[in-house]
Design a protein around this ligand. Sequence first.
Ligand SMILES: Cc1ncc(C[n+]2csc(CCOP(=O)(O)OP(=O)(O)O)c2C)c(N)n1
Ligand code: SF4
Length: 278
Amino acid sequence: MTQQAVAPEFKTMDFKSGVKPVWCPGCGDFHVLLGLLKALVQLGLPPEDLAVISGIGCSSRIPAYLNCYGFHGVHGRALAVATGVKVARPDLTVICAGGDGDGFSIGGNHFLHACRRNVDLTYLVMDNEVYGMTKGQPSPTTDPHWDSALSPGGPGISPFHPLVIALASGANFVARAFSGDPNGTARIITEAVRHPGFSFVQILSPCVVFRPDQKNWKNRVHQPSVDSTDDPARAARRVMTDDGFNIGVLYAGRREPYRFSVGQAKTNMAEIEQEFAV
Ligand SMILES: Cc1ncc(C[n+]2csc(CCOP(=O)(O)OP(=O)(O)O)c2C)c(N)n1
Ligand code: SF4
């Protein structure tokens, strides 16, 4: 028996805020937004059941373009806010989004502990290996040899490897997507949101202004040669040795998400005050 296709309850228009994006023409973030909109339709979520939280940067503007709860926050603190939102409103689907500078440099500490806590939310990092908004400084994922006006001769520092660090820190879902493939990005985001616990998706998203070399990424990305695994060590070995352009779900783990229950207090204020009495 053939199943009749069911019309999606929500359309991309339902998730658009009507604010026109101010990204530079050709910026990869336009296609990340498109991929995210497609994913939201696939998920069938009402806009009022969704919160999108960001930090600061070109990529972090994304909540302004969406019709749902949103917070365009403080540089590097998006995951702290997103965690708070999920703890306060576990009924909401929480998506956190931003750039590689926001998430891995000033927000690096929060990234490690968000992976470790495994709160049920999805983190999308639009990785362009540069600080776009502040005009092209190297970021933690910049190639050490990338020669530019602000880093003559290249930063010369070994790049941060977000996927391996996410795996080592306890993230429960790890994937890589490419903005130039919005349908593939939508599928990966949908899977990431549906997977319990902390899901991390690195989305390669070219900055056409400060990294025009990244226009070539569309010729470099490819599907992974093997399926995703639930073994973090195996996934880490794979992403450590791949070429950085392997697109797809790389790891889907089985860790229990963080539970919000609060334990019973073992003491009371009067006893504590007594201990400190002088
Ligand atoms: C506390 C603080 N430090 C520095 C800045 C300046 N600042 C704004 S955006 C940004 C970097 C953004 O880069 P990234 O997160 O990679 O995003 P992109 O603009 O490339 O999308 C910096 C350093 C700031 N806004 N707040
Ligand atoms: S500066 Fe780069 S990251 Fe920012 S909007 Fe322009 S192309 Fe996109």
